[in-house]
Design a protein around this ligand. Structure first.
Ligand code: URA
Length: 251
C-alpha cells in the first residue's frame, strides 16, 4: 500500500503588506488608500513596490553587512513558471541578477532545451543577499527574507513553481530542515500561500550547482544522469502549464 505523505505544514511567516513602508510615514487613511489601489496594480507594479518600498535598502539580517547588492529577481512579472534557487553567489552579488554565474548558465541551457528564454519565466532566490563565501543560508536569514519571496510569488501568481535545490523546497513545503531532496523530488506538490491568496503546483529538482559538481566526477563526454533527471522533472513541471492539468493535493 503506498505511503501517503502528510500534508506539509506551511511555516507561517510574517506577511509582507504592500504598503508596509508607507505605513510608518502616513496616516491610517492614506495607508488604506494605498492598500486599496494596490489591489488594482499590475504584477510589475507590485514587484516594483516590493523591491523599492518594502525591501528598500534592507538591513534586516547580517547579510546586509557583507553583500554588494540585493538580488531581487528577474524575468516576466506575469510568468506562469517561476524558478526559486537558494541565494545569490559571487557573480549574482556583483551583477544584481539571479543565476548569472556557472549555475545560471546551466539553468539557461535547461530553459533553452524546453524552448524557453529567461525572459519568459521568473527567477528568484530564497535569500536576496549573498551569504559570505557562498555558505548555506542560516535559519534567521531565511526567516527574515522569506516574507519577501512569498510576496513575490503572490505578485507574480505563477501556475508552477520549480524549486532548485533543498532550501527552496523545504521553505515552501514547510518541511523539516533535514528533509532530503530525494524526499521532495519526482512528484508534484501544492504550494499554498499562508494567506490563502495564491496556490501553485510545486516541483523540486536538483540545484544546477549540484548537477555541475556531479559532471566533474564523470569522464569527458559521459552523460550526466543528474542533468537527465532535471530535464525530466522540468518536463513534468511544464506539462502542468502546457496541458493545464489539475494541480495535485499534498496528501
Ligand atoms: N545559486 C542560487 O541558488 N542562486 C543564484 O542566483 C545563483 C546561484
Amino acid at each position: 500500500m503506498p505511503v501517503r505523505e502528510a500534508a506539509p505544514v506551511v511555516r507561517s511567516a510574517e506577511p509582507v503588506r504592500l504598503p508596509q513602508a508607507a505605513a510608518d510615514a502616513v496616516p491610517a487613511m492614506a495607508e488604506t488608500a494605498v492598500r486599496n489601489s494596490a489591489s488594482q496594480w499590475s504584477a510589475a507594479e507590485k514587484l516594483d513596490y516590493l523591491r523599492r518600498k518594502n525591501i528598500g535598502n534592507c538591513q534586516r539580517c547580517k547579510l546586509s553587512t557583507t553583500r554588494k547588492q540585493i538580488v531581487f529577481g528577474v524575468g516576466d512579472p506575469e510568468a506562469d513558471l517561476m524558478f526559486i534557487g537558494e541565494a545569490p553567489g559571487f557573480d549574482e552579488d556583483r551583477q544584481g541578477e539571479p543565476f548569472v554565474g556557472a549555475a545560471g548558465r546551466r539553468l539557461t541551457q535547461w530553459l533553452g532545451r524546453l524552448g524557453l528564454r529567461r525572459d519568459q519565466v521568473y527567477i528568484a532566490n530564497v535569500l536576496k543577499c549573498r551569504p559570505p563565501g557562498n555558505r548555506d543560508p542560516e535559519a534567521d536569514e531565511v526567516e527574515r527574507c522569506s516574507p519577501f519571496l512569498r510576496a513575490q510569488i503572490r505578485a507574480i501568481a505563477p501556475k508552477v513553481i520549480v524549486c532548485l535545490g533543498r532550501y527552496a523546497g523545504i521553505l515552501l513545503l514547510g518541511r523539516p530542515t533535514d528533509t532530503t531532496l530525494r524526499e521532495m523530488r519526482s512528484r508534484s506538490w501544492r504550494y499554498v500561500d499562508p494567506s490563502g491568496a495564491h496556490e501553485a503546483s510545486l516541483h523540486v529538482t536538483y540545484h544546477p550547482s549540484y548537477v555541475l559538481r556531479r559532471e566533474q566526477e564523470l569522464a569527458p563526454g559521459q552523460r550526466n544522469p543528474a542533468d537527465d533527471t532535471v530535464m525530466s522533472d522540468l518536463q513534468q513541471a511544464l506539462s502542468k502549464i502546457r496541458v493545464g492539468a489539475a494541480a495535485p493535493q499534498n496528501s
